[in-house]
Design a protein around this ligand. Structure first.
Ligand code: FES
Length: 104
């Protein structure tokens, strides 16, 4: 599928996302340096925070307790906040738009 990414500068780019990767990995592969992903995707850093298209929220796995705790530490958390390393790419995400979260 393709997803559209909005970086912190407000620039938009549509990229190919490979099924089986996480959205975080797709962002890294495509050179979005705003995403630090310091823990490498093991759900312990929150530096991969994104805001997800509200229309796609129910196509994503539910927020785990660990993810919820980490998101609590994120300043710009809102109802569309997710950790991108916890979002597996699937065909259901075609056309999704993700906005990289603010720097903490
Ligand atoms: Fe660390 Fe996602 S990369 S929580």
């Amino acid at each position: 599928p393709t997803i559209t990414v909005v970086d912190r500068a407000g620039k938009e780019r549509t990229v190919d996302a490979e099924v089986g990767l996480s959205v975080m990995e797709v962002l890294k592969i495509n050179g979005f340096d705003d995403i630090l992903a310091l823990c490498g995707g093991c759900c312990s850093c929150a530096t991969c925070h994104v805001h997800v298209d509200a229309a796609y929220l129910d196509r994503l796995p539910p927020v785990s307790e660990d993810e919820d705790d980490l998101l609590d530490a994120v300043e710009d958390r809102d109802a569309t906040s997710r950790l991108s390393c916890q979002l597996p790419v699937s065909e259901a995400l075609e056309g999704m738009r993700v906005t990289i979260g603010a720097e903490d």
